[in-house]
Design a protein around this ligand. Structure first.
Ligand code: UDP
Length: 245
């Protein structure tokens, strides 16, 4: 598949926390963190404007602890705080590579990073800085998918890139259904009506309403992000076109 016309220039990349733990069961694997940072740095060097939203599944997911008796809202706040840790880890890995970054948190913590201020974030992007959005929406009962979609819209991004461990959206779960095939393209409506579970439905509908394509790709494959932005690579695009092709 080739780049859209006009090609993507500014994107938001959602990096799930799970990606950062590599093959470990928990936390941040330094080699994986460095590899992801290297991929991001190559995209910045190629002239793309990049926003990041990081999750925290490698450290803490509110819903998991709520299932074991913790109050859901407190558990979600802990999840949001964990995204700040991941954001600082990515910031540090990027800055070691000379990439200028700013972390903005939806929960203000002025000793650690900037608060989320939309106009300031836009200015950072214009100056070529990578803006890392942490602490989700600052509100419980969400995952980081919805803040990723919201920030993509607020920042005027051309696409929302969802980096996962699979290389796109499949007709069924490829781990359990050997006959499942990957879509090159699928409409927002099909993702929602067929319950394809790529992202939270609130994130998919926000992108549909704002006509922002979602690109689902494997972030575990090194160099893939730049390849896709250059018109190659393997991925699925979710957008307005009717029906899967
Ligand atoms: N979270 C939240 N509100 C938000 C974003 C995140 O409450 O706007 C909490 C929630 O508990 C979530 C956790 O932070 O499970 C970590 O985010 P997520 O599960 O999206 O991490 P990922 O799956 O991307 O690693």
């Amino acid at each position: 598949m080739s780049q859209p016309d006009p090609p993507y220039k500014r994107i938001l990349l959602k990096v799930s926390g799970e990606v950062l733990m590599g093959d470990a069961p928990f936390g941040i694997d330094p080699a994986t963190l460095d590899a992801v940072a290297e991929d991001i740095a190559s995209v910045v060097a190629a002239g793309f404007e990049l926003c990041l939203v990081v999750g925290a599944g490698n450290i803490f997911r509110g819903v998991a602890l709520a299932g074991k008796g913790m109050e859901r809202v407190s558990a979600d706040y802990m999840g949001m705080l964990a995204t700040v840790m991941n954001a600082l880890a990515i910031q540090s890995a990027l800055e070691r590579r000379g990439v200028d970054t700013r972390v903005q948190s939806a929960i203000p913590m002025e000793a650690v990073c900037e608060p989320y201020i939309r106009r300031r974030a836009l200015r950072h992007l214009e100056k070529g800085r990578v803006v890392i959005f942490a602490a989700g929406l600052g509100a419980p009962y969400f995952t980081t998918d919805t803040p990723a979609a919201l920030r993509a819209a607020e920042m005027g991004c051309d696409a929302l890139f969802k980096g996962t461990s699979v290389d796109g959206v499949y007709t069924a779960d490829p781990k359990t259904e050997p006959g499942a095939t990957r879509y090159g393209h699928v409409s927002y409506q099909d993702v929602l009506s067929k319950n394809l579970r790529v992202m939270d439905t609130s994130a998919v509908s926000l992108m549909r309403d704002n006509h922002i394509p979602i690109v689902v790709f494997s972030i575990r494959e090194r160099g893939n992000l730049l390849k896709i932005l250059s018109g190659a690579g393997v991925y699925t695009t979710i957008s307005d076109l009717k029906g899967p092709v």
